[in-house]
Design a protein. Structure first.
Length: 186
């Protein structure tokens, strides 16, 4: 095989989530029983990226969640948004969004921790988030009863377009600063 570009393009296209460089190298080496360097694969990925930068393609190759994925170019987001609205029969409830935010910012976290913050039972919300694959079971705590620990999933990272959980907005950025006392004009 002279150039692995088409095989790499097929791998990225077929991958449900972003695919890491190491996974691409591993698949190529297993399939063709020859060594592929990461630099060789990076060069091929750059060729693919340039190919899809042409204006006659509606998709582009992006680096997301420490891997590669094809996404629709921003010019086409308005029509994709309509499709997503049509298909989103059931959005996350306010309770599920609150639960997801707690898990994202406090992870790894137990159900009891979430319920103490929210003040209500969160069984249903956790179940829905697991079904939508936005969270995952990250293990069991060492405390009494060995409760399940929850964390955000790889799909969560892909869905929100971030490479690392540290890229989430800081809580102080989201909340207004109410630390001042009195009228500011005084």
């Amino acid at each position: 095989m002279e150039k692995p570009d088409l095989y790499i393009e097929a791998l990225i296209f077929a991958s449900e989530n972003s695919i890491r460089l190491e996974e691409i190298v591993y698949c190529l080496q297993l399939s063709f029983e020859q060594d592929f360097s990461e630099n060789e694969v990076k060069g091929a990925i750059q060729n693919i990226r340039q190919k899809y930068q042409q204006p006659d393609f509606a998709i582009e190759l992006v680096n997301i969640n420490n891997g590669y994925q094809f996404l629709t170019k921003k010019d086409y987001h308005i029509i994709i948004k309509q499709l997503q609205l049509q298909r989103s029969k059931k959005k996350l409830s306010q309770a599920a969004l609150e639960t997801l935010a707690i898990i994202a910012y406090q992870q790894p976290v137990t159900k009891l921790d979430i319920e103490q913050i929210r003040g209500v039972n969160c069984d249903y919300s956790i179940q829905k988030l697991l079904e939508k694959e936005l969270i995952t079971i990250a293990g069991k705590a060492e405390s009494i009863g060995r409760p399940i620990i929850y964390a955000t999933s790889e799909f969560f990272m892909d869905y929100f377009g971030i490479n690392h959980i540290n890229e989430l907005p800081q809580l102080k950025e989201l909340a207004p600063d109410n630390s001042s006392v009195g009228d500011q004009s005084e």
